[in-house]
Write a protein that binds this ligand. Structure first.
Ligand code: 5GP
Ligand code: ZN
Length: 115
């Protein structure tokens, strides 16, 4: 728990969020400013600032994070039409919250390349 981290506060239920999935390691909740009809954030409960700071002992957790993202996409009904997983990392990618999170986006066609 990082006391200055907004997503740690969501994990600790100090800040409310619309939670769509939870287990002992992970939490998934609605993005407060959705960019698509489906836009949820999946995070490890452990405070890892970004993909640039994962450690070798996080390999199992990161695998579970992506496996669970796929399960949640199915649960939210976007697996067949398709979905996008986004992990913004540091300045050039415009990461704004420095607690690792996967954006799970779906429900509309998306363009490529990203802006
Ligand atoms: P980033 O830009 O770091 O990849 O994404 C951060 C995401 O967190 C943004 O999509 C933003 O809308 C979302 N966000 C920021 N603060 C909160 C919050 O307090 N609650 C929720 N549910 N989402 C948040
Ligand atoms: Zn945190």
């Amino acid at each position: 728990m990082n006391p200055n981290c907004i997503f740690c506060k969501i994990v600790a239920r100090e800040i409310p969020a619309k939670i769509v999935y939870e287990d002992e390691d992970l939490l998934c909740f609605q993005d407060i400013n959705p960019q698509a009809p489906v836009h949820v954030l999946l995070i490890p409960k452990k405070h890892i600032p970004s993909m640039a700071e994962i450690q070798e002992n996080d390999i199992h957790l990161i695998g579970k994070l992506f496996f669970t993202a796929s399960k949640i996409a199915k649960k939210l009904g976007i697996e067949e039409d398709g979905f996008r997983l986004v992990v913004n990392t540091n300045r050039d990618a415009q990461q704004t919250v420095f607690h690792l999170h996967i954006h799970i986006l779906g429900g509309r066609p998306m363009s490529w390349p990203p802006g």
